[in-house]
Design a protein around this ligand. Structure first.
Ligand code: MLT
Ligand code: ZN
Length: 456
């Protein structure tokens, strides 16, 4: 496929130094974070502006060269690494941040801006960004938009789509769409910006976005609750939500995951004895929310133990039990990572049936589960599945479908789950999605095989 790459046109578009062909230069772009998905890129192209992205896509369209789009390469579903031979379009150089518009509570960010840089920028103006997640230092705005990322504050602020007021994007033919005025109301027909969010780079390449910012709430309190089982932890949540209007996170952890985090992070035990299930909750406000949190935790039915952190070092230490799950799981081996959600009323049943579902598919596998309990979103990680990874995937996704859930809650569908899309989407919906894809990318050059399988 290398022969059909428009290398000279790409060099003219971005400069010789930013078209990478040698294997030692392209290698870091060709494997995903987990090590599960990889493929050779025809070349890696690194534009630094929307105009350069437009020139790259124009060249690729003329040559019929497929393109894979990548941001910080923190994706977990194989949606941003090559399958083999594509032009890998890296957006990390699109890292410009506009001035914070404090009056409007908005900012413009390039697709390559990291989440951490965006947060720091907003906080310097007394505001904050509503989405947060553990991969903040590497994950980029473009990737967050492409996957409609969620993370740990969805309970309070919603997912990425809810923060998005506008976008600039390059379409498959190289034309540019720009809706960056930050309008809070706009009833002029189809919402292309919203459509691009969650489209996983299959409809256009988002190069910049206009984002909503939220008030900076510097006063925080974090509690870790030890619970006898998942049902009890889930049952506590509605009461916490009702009593704590400033609740900003609720995360579910289990003993096996915490043990891995302690092992790899060399962390002390949070309690004198191990407990089966833990609920990590955070409140954020302008006034100190500690007393309200302590009172609400004290009322939690079934509570076995609890610890509350009021200073930032203590809060970081409690969050480490949650945020180090991803690294600790990967330190044990290459996991099968499934990111699913079910209606919250069905979460107890999903949890109750996961162990037997996984062991039925892969008897030697180890199951590590954690997740965002308020959204019914579990991260199902399966270690030691050997060559039964696809069997486990199918078994878990079928269980989720039976419970009327989604096979992809916040990581995207990518290549990992494309063949199972019909478990969460009807034939009519998939036909509509294919029709939109064909209308916007008739030659099928953008992220082929991602989200929608290649047509037979
Ligand atoms: C998380 O919530 O930590 C992320 O979605 C990453 C993961 O699932 O491993
Ligand atoms: Zn998550």
């Amino acid at each position: 496929m290398t022969a059909s790459l428009p290398v000279e046109a790409l060099r003219a578009a971005v400069g010789d130094d930013h078209v990478l062909l040698e294997a030692d230069l392209t290698a870091s772009y060709e494997s995903d974070w987990t090590g599960r998905f990889h493929g050779r890129a025809g070349c890696v192209v690194r534009p630094r502006s929307t105009a350069e992205v437009a020139a790259v896509l124009t060249a690729c369209a003329a040559a019929g060269a497929p393109v894979v789009v990548q941001g910080g390469n923190t994706g977990l579903v194989g949606g941003a690494v090559p399958a083999g031979g594509e032009v890998l379009l890296s957006l990390t150089r699109l890292d410009e941040l506009g001035p914070v518009d404090v009056a409007a509570g908005q900012v413009t960010a390039g697709a390559g801006v990291t989440l951490a840089a965006l947060q720091k920028h907003a906080r310097a103006s007394g505001l904050d960004f509503g989405v947060d997640l553990a991969a903040r230092d590497s994950a980029t705005v473009g990737g967050l938009v492409a996957t409609n990322a969620g993370g740990i504050r969805v309970l309070r602020y919603g997912s990425m789509r809810a923060q998005l007021l506008g976008a600039e994007a390059v379409m498959a033919d190289g034309s540019v769409v720009s809706r960056m005025a930050g309008l809070l109301k706009d009833g002029t027909g189809y919402d292309l910006v919203s459509l691009l969010c969650g489209s996983e780079g299959t409809l256009g390449v988002v190069t910049a976005v206009r984002l909503k910012l939220v008030p900076r709430l510097a006063s925080r309190a974090v509690a870790l609750l030890a619970m006898p089982d998942a049902d009890a932890a889930i049952a506590v949540l509605p009461g916490l939500r009702e009593r704590l209007p400033h609740l900003s996170a609720a995360e579910l952890l289990f003993a096996p995951g915490l043990a891995l985090v302690r092992k790899h992070g060399h962390l002390p035990a949070p309690f004198p004895v191990e407990h089966p299930v833990y609920l990590l909750v955070e409140c954020a406000d302008r006034l100190d929310p500690t007393d309200a949190l302590v009172d609400a935790v004290g009322e939690a039915e079934g509570l076995l133990d609890a610890t509350v952190a009021t200073d930032s070092a203590g809060q970081r230490a409690l969050w480490a039990y949650r945020e180090q799950h991803t690294e600790s799981i990967s330190a044990e081996g290459v996991p099968v990572k499934l990111d699913v959600s079910v209606p919250t009323g069905r979460l107890p049943e999903l949890i109750a049936r996961l162990e037997s579902t996984v062991s039925g598919a892969a008897p030697d596998a180890r199951l590590i589960v954690f997740g965002h309990v308020n959204e019914g979103n579990l991260h199902v990680n399966v270690l030691d599945a050997g060559d039964l990874g696809e069997v486990v995937t199918e078994a878990v996704l079928r269980l989720v479908a039976e419970l009327e859930g989604s096979i992809s809650s916040e990581h995207g569908v990518g290549r990992a789950k494309a063949e199972w899309l019909s478990l969460s989407r009807s034939a009519t919906e998939i036909a509509a999605m294919r029709a939109i894809k064909t209308a916007l990318d008739p030659a099928g050059l953008l992220n082929p095989g991602v989200l929608l399988t290649r047509e037979p």
